[in-house]
Design a protein around this ligand. Sequence first.
Ligand code: FE
Ligand code: ZN
Ligand code: FE
Ligand code: FE
Length: 230
Amino acid sequence: MEKINDLRKLLKHELNDLYSAETQMIEALPDMIEAATNKELKRSLSDHLKVTQGQKTRLDKVRTILNDGKSVQKEEKGFFANLFSSEEGEEHCKAMEGLIKEANTLLEEDMTPEVMDAAIIAAAQKAEHYEISSYGTAKAYAMQLGLTEVAQLLNTTLDEEYAADDSLTVLAVGKVNLDAGADKKIPVRQPLKASPAPVVKKPMAKKVAESKSKTGTRTSSSVKTKKTTK
Ligand code: FE
Ligand code: ZN
Ligand code: FE
Ligand code: FE
């Protein structure tokens, strides 16, 4: 295999891994759709299967751009490779393989249909989070390499993965988890916050902070939390 000695090659490697991940998802989703009972869940997963097929096609486009217009598919599949290789391409994503294996193990458990739906959502979200992480990284590489078109295409997929994840959260929290036995009276939409640290009033502390801010030293209240963006 070719030596990976710069970020562009690392990006290509990541995209090949993602191509495998998407291919594996396309194979795995039908079983999850079949095992689901809730109609909205079935529809949500079916919608994402179609979206995933589009993502695979988009990845082909991205890989072709990075390969100076030559199709990666044709190149990596010589005569013998064509005989033996799967749809996946030159990388095999072991992380997605593991997530899918775990999901399939869940599908074999003895569960009531309502609880199974909650478990299916959790398994699907684990896969979405892996994809969000990988596409986020790939997009950042593309941006830093000045590959604007590639970054835009990856961002389209990233948005789709976020949307799939969000819709599963809404479905879980608003319906499926309740059917599975969650307490309807406990509100969960507000994010859980750590209880605020007790405020210790020290008259001296204020004066020190004031004198420090005059000399330009930032006080803790003026330090804004950095927002992480992908
Ligand atoms: Fe995907
Ligand atoms: Zn590798
Ligand atoms: Fe992977
Ligand atoms: Fe996805």
